[in-house]
Design a protein around this ligand. Structure first.
Ligand SMILES: Nc1ncnc2c1ncn2[C@@H]1O[C@H](COP(=O)(O)OP(=O)(O)OP(=O)(O)O)[C@@H](O)[C@H]1O
Ligand code: SF4
Ligand SMILES: [Mg+2]
Length: 341
């Protein structure tokens, strides 16, 4: 058994995911996209940890690595399972991994493409229970009907197909499916981004109600700062594969200590027609994770950069109670918090 503070449900250490870049006829590896590069953070029971950052900074990759939906390059993921045992998800063999997946689930981004159009709602929600051999026959049907009611769907509709439901209802189906195995921890990856604003609010309320009722912990990934501020207890900010700041939601929004967080908070949200929510657009180019700048990755865009920033990579330093920032000058700069969010 592995050690972890009793106050944690998840403890991610030194997580890395490097995607090889292959070229030529022989598909030689010529470099790596460092999508997640030495990330550490933790989540407490019943807590929502919000993860924010510009597109391509590694949020989805990190979420999937934690569940081993994709295989991380290295790192450890300590997780407290339903029996209270602490397991390193990274070390589990196939059988144990399948068992622990009942406790850790994923809610997908797009309720339109993530549900199989040829399966009934009954079969979609029942699938994780069938795969795990947990329930059969009438018991299975009863459980699915209960899950549908739990997420605010009419259980008489369980023989219908996904196309008969609206976007918000489909996301409820996705949530019911994620809840089927009674997990303790759920990764919500842009779970409301594809929905209309009014529907977003309903789904967020549902996620919060379920959290309270079932004692769930969430890793809530979003590029929408308003949503992140509303739902999270603590927030992590990612930039080019690295976690650059973590703090309680109130502290992060009121007094950020990393210039990248300040830039995110000051950016005007730009409506994204692909997703119904707003997109973060900052001035300057996001660094390329296959060929990041020297020193602090943010230095080419940072208004506070000094010579040291071009050569030395800053480590995480503590700047307050539970507040960490990876900037050489964290705690010394006078940075602006959010206004009007
Ligand atoms: N399978 C893959 N092979 C190679 N590179 C990948 C793969 N998946 C992701 N990447 C790269 O890893 C980086 C991080 O991508 P990721 O999807 O995790 O970002 P994200 O923060 O979730 O972005 P978004 O906000 O757009 O969803 C990007 O540079 C992306 O191009
Ligand atoms: S280390 Fe330097 S470049 Fe990086 S965020 Fe801090 S001030 Fe800016
Ligand atoms: Mg993503």
């Amino acid at each position: 058994m592995t050690d972890m503070s009793a106050q944690l449900v998840l403890d991610v250490q030194a997580m890395k995911k490097y995607f090889p870049i292959k070229k030529g006829f022989l598909q030689k590896t010529v470099g790596y996209v460092k999508a997640v590069d030495d990330v550490q953070f933790h989540i407490r029971p019943g807590e929502t940890f919000g993860l924010v950052g510009e597109s391509g900074c590694g949020k989805t990759t990190l979420g999937r690595c934690i569940l081993r939906a994709i295989e991380p390059s290295s790192g450890s993921v300590l997780f407290r399972d339903r029996e209270g045992r602490v397991r390193d998800v990274m070390q589990l063999e196939a059988g144990d991994l399948r068992a622990i997946r009942r406790d850790m689930q994923l809610i997908f981004q797009d309720p339109y493409s993530s549900l199989n159009p040829r399966m009934t709602v009954l079969n979609i929600i029942a699938e994780p229970l069938v795969c795990n051999g947990m329930l059969h026959g009438a018991e299975l049907k009863e459980r699915v009907a209960h899950l549908m009611e739990l997420v605010g769907l009419n259980s008489r509709h369980l023989e219908r197909y996904p196309h008969a439901f609206s976007g918000g209802q489909r996301q409820r189906i996705g949530i019911a499916r994620a809840l089927a195995t009674e997990p303790k921890f759920i990764v919500c990856d842009e779970a409301v981004s594809a929905l209309d604003v009014s529907v977003q609010a309903q789904i967020i309320n549902l996620l919060q109600d379920l959290q309270e009722k079932l004692g769930l912990s969430y890793l809530f990934i979003s590029h929408d700062l308003g949503v992140i501020q509303h739902i999270s207890n603590r927030v992590g900010v990612m930039y080019v594969g690295k976690m650059v700041e973590t703090a309680t939601t109130q502290t992060l929004f009121a007094s950020p200590q990393h210039p990248y967080t300040e830039a995110l908070l000051s950016a005007k949200p730009v409506p994204d027609p692909r997703r119904k929510s707003n997109r973060i657009i900052l001035s300057g180019e996001v660094a390329n994770p296959a060929n990041p700048p020297s020193g602090c990755y943010f230095h080419p865009r940072c208004p506070y950069a000094k010579d040291k920033c071009k050569t030395e990579a800053p480590g995480m330093r503590q700047v307050g109670d539970g507040h960490f920032a990876a900037c050489h000058f964290a705690g010394e700069l006078k940075l602006k918090g959010a206004s009007g969010l």
